[in-house]
Ligand binder design. Structure first.
Ligand code: ADP
Ligand code: MN
Length: 326
């Protein structure tokens, strides 16, 4: 059903490599990836259905044609020849050279103005067997950022300010330390204080935190190793739309207390057909993404490296909530 000729560049990524595509409806993304990431999605769908719910819905793997391959390998060559300093300055990585892509649910779909926060997880950011030079470079970044101190760092974010979209690149999140990173969270969630009452803002933050805890609890029960995976948090950046969602006022009859009459049921079915089976709008979404260096590792115990990052993100959420409820 996905017509490759209709895919267009996905412009709204918060971080990561270029080359992600989106379908015309914006419901799905096509993300070029390593074979390892495609395998991880496939395996999780088969063997870890509980964890699959904490990831974007996986719709399959695509094998890209030769023209795409040629275009990408050119970009990859350029990237290889750029100096490390040039690479560090880029807000996005170049496209990765690969023949494989995964088709994923677009986590920004359904929002009017999605605010997006990408939190990179782990103190150790690479798997065993990584080339020494890369390992040393990633250890250095970790030691200079909250990756080292807290097991996570802000790797990118996009925040609507009422008029336009503010973009924060990977260098933004590298400047914080364990004490100041709360300012990054405050900036990301600043939209809440515009559209919502304090108790509504606190309620939304608590709901988001509960989703993060769900991911952590799953990892506590499972045996995996994930290096440089991310937690992606999206919430509605259209203040009026968010206020409507959080006030429980909705045009969708199924959310009303009172049972609808027969006529209303018929009407709502008609409406749904008219809307081309769109999902109702939502206030937030929280998922784990980026499994290029992830594996299920039976016998190795839980993934403390990733769990620590999630715990510290929960603490940041607690601090934000405490400020609102004080
Ligand atoms: P990379 O290996 O390039 O870092 P990621 O999987 O981290 O790849 O994706 C890069 C960015 O693309 C993320 O920061 C996020 O903003 C966006 N992204 C990735 N997957 C999705 C998704 N399923 N829905 C919405 N945005 C996504
Ligand atoms: Mn990433």
């Amino acid at each position: 059903q996905l017509d490759p000729s209709t895919l267009k560049a996905f412009e709204n990524a918060a971080a990561g490599h270029d080359g992600v595509l989106s379908d015309p409806t914006g419901e799905v993304l096509v993300k070029p990836c390593t074979a390892a990431e495609a395998d991880f999605y496939q395996q999780t769908l088969q063997d870890q259905p509980d964890f699959a719910e904490l990831m974007p819905t996986f719709m399959g793997t695509l094998h890209l044609g030769t023209s795409a391959q040629a275009a990408e390998s050119t970009a990859a060559q350029e990237f290889v020849h750029a100096s490390q300093a040039q690479k560090d300055q880029r807000s996005h990585g170049a496209k990765i050279a690969t023949e494989t892509a995964i088709v994923l649910e677009n986590l920004e779909h359904g929002f009017s103005k999605p605010n997006v926060l990408d939190l990179k997880l782990g103190t150790k950011l690479y798997a065993d067997g990584t080339a020494l030079e890369k390992a040393q470079r990633l250890d250095k970044v970790a030691s200079e950022t909250t990756s080292g101190s807290l097991g996570f760092r802000i790797s990118g974010m996009k925040v609507w300010n009422g008029e336009s979209l503010d973009k924060y690149d990977k260098l933004y999140g590298r400047k914080f330390d364990a004490g100041t990173v709360k300012d990054g969270f405050a900036t990301f969630f600043s939209g809440l204080s515009v559209g919502l009452k304090r108790d509504q803002a606190a309620e939304l933050l608590e709901t988001i935190e509960a989703e993060i805890a769900k991911a952590r609890n799953a990892l506590e029960r499972l045996e995996s190793r994930m290096y440089s995976a991310s937690l992606l948090i999206v919430y509605e950046g259209d203040n009026a739309a968010l206020e409507t969602l959080m006030s429980g006022v909705s045009k969708t009859p199924r959310l009303q207390e009172k049972a609808p009459t027969r006529g209303e049921v018929q009407q709502s079915e008609d409406d749904e057909e008219d809307e081309d089976e769109d999902e109702p709008p939502i206030a937030y979404r929280v998922k784990m993404i980026d499994f290029a260096h992830a594996a299920w590792t039976p016998g190795q115990g839980k993934d403390e490296n990733t769990i620590t990052g999630l715990k510290n993100i929960e603490k940041q959420m607690d601090m934000l909530i405490a400020r609102l409820t004080a």
